[in-house]
Design a protein around this ligand. Structure first.
Ligand code: ZN
Length: 106
């Protein structure tokens, strides 16, 4: 019989959770809750979205206080721009249709 503790020794899972924002680090890598996704900039994005505006000195995010990640302003700006371009597309299509078929009763 092999010692079960020994066979799992390579799979040690180091899980840290920020006591303030609940962000999770697994083996030193930040992973988003819910999605479990992670990227090279996720600590920076977390700082911009959560730790900088809402965190305090309990925060364990090493990137806390660092600018350059995503912010809510950035996300809002992105969504606004997407909605705006879609609206323009529809208006343009509408104008084009009316120019092409001026006799159509719309
Ligand atoms: Zn934090």
């Amino acid at each position: 019989m092999t010692d079960p503790d020994q066979s799992f020794s390579d799979l040690k899972l180091d899980r840290k959770e920020c006591p303030k924002c609940g962000a999770t680090w697994i083996n030193g890598k930040h992973v988003w809750r819910g999605t479990g996704a992670s990227s090279d900039s996720s600590e920076l994005d977390l700082a911009g979205l959560v730790c900088n505006p809402y965190g305090n000195n309990q925060c364990i995010n090493p990137k806390k206080g660092v600018d350059g990640g995503q912010t809510w302003e950035y996300r809002r700006g992105y969504v606004d721009a997407a909605i705006e371009s879609r609206k323009n597309e529809i208006e343009n299509a509408d104008k084009m249709f009316r120019t092409q078929f001026p006799d159509e009763d719309l």
